[in-house]
Design a protein around this ligand. Structure first.
Ligand code: GDP
Length: 454
């Protein structure tokens, strides 16, 4: 499925090339631009706030004989518009609407193609008059942008979005699908005597580990790689990273393990999923909550495993007690999975690994810009942001800038006054509505200044 396309049209010197360069960024170097070749157009892959499309401009008239200009321009403009999903018609906001602009508008209207009018060079306030003037072109509501200074990008995005967002054109990025096939980096942390060594040994001794563990010991880390044959029949790669249990095996530590904060931090750093092992005969303690907090702070997936389940008493009230204490103590992330395990018998190990792979898949998740913004519009409509001092905070658009963990940026005006509670509302409803799972999510707010920048 080819990308949707945008044609930038307009008379010479309105800033078509500048906008083209902004949208295409560095990849411009790939475009054929040999000297001596008269180019009618340049074409490239563009990104705007996470939305991908093809763009071409119709530059190349600047040196032409003025007498033949309109005829050639007309042919080119019409051809471009027929090929594109939408035409972006640039005028110069500082010069206002010229007779040639009016003529181009006539061609565009005759083509009956979707057109967005953008008054360019509208930096600061001076462009507003030009934008207002552009209404007279009869092509809908003009937007004000500055290609040079990267202003107006949210408006540009919002105008283009309806024309460019066909569901099929936004496949989940492949890198994230691939990351689900890479070895799962998992660490086991917990207080001394929680059973970490026992668990690690049991994991390695299980017949499910169909290849023998291979230890990789580097200067400051220890990792064991193996393949796990899951009960559903798939074979998956696991890398157990730097855990106390491994350190003991490798005789790096002395016999008596101290719970060193630095060790725990290092394990968390290296892992995608951190299993916090608790001793079920002792329950959840303040120190465990601190580790849990740290895992979430670092943006890693957290999974709680209640060990020694074979000897646990009052199992269900213990289980519920731990869950409740987590919900209360771990305010930043609700619904962390709590599993039970016996490192001694091996019961529950498969479930831990299965849950860990699921968590990582959520952590790798990319939500398409379309899905994200449809959810966003509803969420903002259902619960509009407050209006401190009587002036409403405007939230306009959201984009996912990365995964591992899923990280989002919300664009709007006066976002510095948005209360933390509103950000939480967005995060919670996003997690629920988009089924993002109990993994850490990040969200920041930005008032766009130069959002063309990647
Ligand atoms: P670590 O300090 O976290 O590595 O803990 P160890 O693996 O050394 O285990 C501490 C103690 O708990 C040992 O005496 C283990 O035999 C015991 N233990 C570990 N896991 C289990 C379990 O699942 N069930 C029972 N009953 N005992 C366990």
């Amino acid at each position: 499925m080819p990308l949707p396309t945008v044609a930038i049209v307009g008379r010479p010197n309105v800033g078509k090339s500048t906008l083209f360069n902004r949208l295409v960024g560095k990849r411009i170097a790939l475009v054929d631009d040999r000297p001596g070749v008269t180019r009618d157009r340049r074409e490239g892959d563009a990104t705007l706030l996470g939305m991908d499309f093809r763009v071409f401009d119709t530059a190349g008239f600047e040196d032409e004989d003025p007498a033949s200009l309109p005829g050639r321009m007309r042919r080119q403009t019409e051809a471009a518009v027929r090929e594109a999903d939408v035409a972006l018609f640039l005028i110069d906001a500082r010069e206002g609407v010229t007779p040639l602009d009016e003529e181009i508008a006539n061609w565009l209207r005759a083509e009956d193609a979707p057109v967005i009018v953008a008054a360019n060079k509208a930096e600061g306030r001076q462009g507003e008059a030009g934008r207002m003037e552009a209404y007279a072109l009869g092509l809908g509501e003009p937007i004000a942008i500055s290609a040079e200074h990267g202003e107006g990008v949210v408006d540009l995005f919002e105008s283009l979005r309806p024309f460019l967002e066909r569901e099929e054109v936004e496949p989940e990025p492949e890198e994230d699908l691939e990351s689900n096939d890479r070895p799962l980096h998992i660490a086991v942390v917990g207080r001394p005597n929680a059973g970490k060594s026992t668990l690690v040994n049991k994991m390695l001794g299980e017949e499910r580990m169909i290849t023998g563990p291979e230890a990789g010991i580097t200067r400051d880390s220890i990792a064991l790689d193996w393949q796990w044959a899951s009960p559903d029949g798939t074979v998956r790669e696991v890398r157990l990273v730097d855990t106390a249990g491994l350190r003991k095996r490798a005789k790096v530590d002395d016999k008596l393990e101290r719970l060193s904060a630095a060790d725990t931090r290092r394990s968390i750093d290296m892992a995608e999923v951190v299993v916090l092992l608790l001793d079920a005969t002792r329950g959840l303690e303040a120190q465990d909550l601190r580790i849990a907090d740290e895992v979430v702070d670092e943006g890693r997936c957290l999974l709680i495993a209640l060990n020694k389940w074979d000897v646990a008493e009052h199992a269900s009230s213990l289980f519920n007690g731990v869950k409740a204490a987590l919900e209360e103590g771990l305010s930043q992330l609700k619904g962390v999975p709590v599993l039970t395990v016996s490192a001694k018998t091996g019961k529950g190990i498969d479930q831990i690994l299965k849950a860990a792979f699921e968590l990582r898949a959520s952590w790798n998740r990319r939500v398409t810009t379309g899905e994200l913004n449809r959810w966003f519009e509803r969420a903002v409509e259902n619960n509009p942001p407050p209006a401190p001092g009587g002036k409403r905070i405007k939230l306009r658009y959201i984009t996912q800038i990365k995964s591992r963990p899923p990280t989002f940026v919300v664009f709007g005006s006066r976002v510095d006054q948005l209360p933390e509670s509103y950000r939480r509302y967005l995060l919670n409803s996003m997690r629920r509505d988009l089924e993002l799972g109990p993994v850490p999510l990040r969200m920041s707010m930005r008032s766009p200044k130069n959002p063309f920048d990647r």
